[in-house]
Design a protein around this ligand. Structure first.
Ligand SMILES: Cc1cc2nc3c(=O)[nH]c(=O)nc-3n(C[C@H](O)[C@H](O)[C@H](O)COP(=O)(O)OP(=O)(O)OC[C@H]3O[C@@H](n4cnc5c(N)ncnc54)[C@H](O)[C@@H]3O)c2cc1C
Length: 445
């Protein structure tokens, strides 16, 4: 078969790997001038660094398997992380279960309730029993008290804004499962994974394996149209880097673009289109600071305070060696926002003016002169909002157009989106495509 893939992120490249290794001819088109999509990097202090902070959990089995398959298993390293929560004007260590018991911001009885609640959710095996209820309902009604008011409510509202009370409980369940898996016992610290040389190592190796199998990854080449003849996907129209439009025929097409932009590429029946456009995405706005000093001693800092205009701080070099970045401390300031939120349109300088006055809350010594360089990144389709009973609303991978497939982060469920799941989905798509061809595309007939 000759297969066209739209997007050179985790899903597109994982699908391309398996299809090309089975002898199929694969052409991948990527609109950006780089591969890796949301997990791509920029140069910082002489090394690649993800545009948005990235790490892995110990139960991220699919990416570990994929790295083994492409000969990179040895490059995945595990690092102890330190997690803090800023609430009620103070930073609290919240790395281990014992830390939760010492969380002075809430009364002792609420800490016990919080610990027991976390264990209870961690023991639930079947997420389907949770589908009909929201995370906010569970947290407010079944946990309640100060643990909800002071810890979870600000975090939920910070992460999901006006959608905070629409998120299905499987999202919270998935978060607890991954975090418990990455902790070693009640006293145990969390360990998180990061590949030597950044996530670039994985994407670069994928590209070279795909190209060694006679595939091709074209960057700076957006797909502008999926051509459909008699209900069957026939060709892609792409805009080459020289500005010229080109048409290329395929036996089938896999798109990994966000749901809101997929209908711009192809006409789809209303019902399927509604499924796509019903899923709302939050955008991410990420400021990366290179600093002469660390702000705190934590890797991950949840901000559970509505007065602070960002959601979290990730001090990359509190987990990874700062020598990789010319000895500078690397700090991400992150926010998830509606694309209509005015903060989404602020410039880098305006964001700094908004954020920096609050940094002293985390460290009173902080001074603007610590900042040596600033980087700004935004991702429009960063976090899909997954509501209750979503298993009944997920758009099918097989679209209504024969031989046209869709694989994006809105189809990851019940887990939250992440590179691990996009790699897994890409490989599942390759298997589905090869199966469908074997069956002579019977599922569409
Ligand atoms: C701030 C942030 C932090 C994150 N942190 C983590 C983390 O710690 N750990 C983790 O595992 N995951 C994390 N993730 C999530 C992870 O990066 C994504 O889930 C994953 O990379 C998505 O891969 P994908 O291939 O599904 O989509 P994308 O990476 O979005 O790939 C889709 C690609 O399609 C391209 N494209 C779009 N339209 C066209 C077109 N018309 N023609 C050609 N190409 C097109 C895009 O440019 C893009 O490269 C984070 C994400 C963000 C935003």
């Amino acid at each position: 078969m000759k297969i066209g893939i739209i997007g050179a992120g985790a899903a597109g490249l994982a699908a391309a790997l398996d299809l090309s290794s089975k002898g199929h001819k694969v052409l991948v088109y990527e609109s950006a001038p780089f591969i890796g999509g949301q997990a791509s990097t920029i140069p910082v202090g002489g090394s690649p660094l993800e545009r948005g902070y990235h790490h892995l959990f110990t139960n991220d089995a699919a990416i570990l398997e994929l790295m083994d398959d492409i000969g990179l298993g040895e490059t995945m390293k595990w690092y102890p992380s330190r997690v803090g929560t800023y609430t009620e004007g103070k930073v609290y260590k919240t790395t281990t279960a014992l830390d939760l018991l010492r969380l002075g911001a809430i009364p002792f009885i609420d800490r016990i309730k919080l610990g027991l609640f976390t264990l209870k959710v961690g023991r639930i095996k079947d997420w389907r029993t949770l589908e009909g209820e929201t995370a906010d309902y569970w947290l407010s009604e079944r946990l309640g008290g100060a643990a909800y008011e002071k810890v979870w409510a600000p975090l939920l509202k910070g992460k999901f804004g006006r959608f905070y009370n629409q998120i299905g409980m499987p999202w919270f369940w998935g978060k607890i499962q991954t975090r418990l898996a990455s902790r070693q016992g009640i006293r145990g610290r969390e360990v998180l994974g990061y590949p030597d040389g950044s996530f670039d190592t994985v994407f670069d190796r994928l590209k070279s394996v795909i190209e060694s199998e006679d595939g091709k990854v074209h960057i700076s080449t957006p797909v502008t149209k999926v051509e459909v003849v008699d209900g069957v996907a026939k060709a892609l129209v792409v805009k080459s880097p020289d500005g010229n439009e080109k048409r290329e025929e395929f036996d089938c097409v896999l798109s990994t673009v966000p749901s809101f932009s997929f209908p711009d590429l192809v006409d789809l029946p209303e019902e399927y289109k509604k499924r796509l456009t019903d899923v709302h995405y939050l955008a991410a706005v990420v400021v990366v600071l290179e600093m002469s000093q660390p702000l705190t001693s934590y890797y991950w800092m949840n901000i559970a305070d509505p007065e602070v205009p960002f959601l979290g701080l990730i001090e990359h070099t509190n987990m990874l060696p700062k020598e990789w970045y010319s000895g500078n401390n690397v700090l991400y300031i992150t926010n998830y926002l509606d694309r209509k939120d005015p903060v989404y349109s602020l410039s880098k300088g305006e964001l700094l003016d908004l954020y920096l006055p609050h940094m002293k809350k985390l460290n009173p010594e902080f001074d603007r002169s610590w900042i040596k360089a600033v980087h700004y990144n935004s991702v429009s389709a960063a976090q899909p909002i997954i509501p209750v009973n979503y298993s009944r609303a997920i758009p099918d991978h097989r679209t209504p157009v024969e031989r046209l497939y869709l694989a994006n982060t809105t189809q990851i469920y019940p887990e939250d989106r992440g590179t691990n799941y996009s790699f897994r989905m890409g490989r599942e798509m390759a298997a589905m495509i090869m199966d469908d061809e074997q069956q002579n595309w019977r599922d569409w007939k």
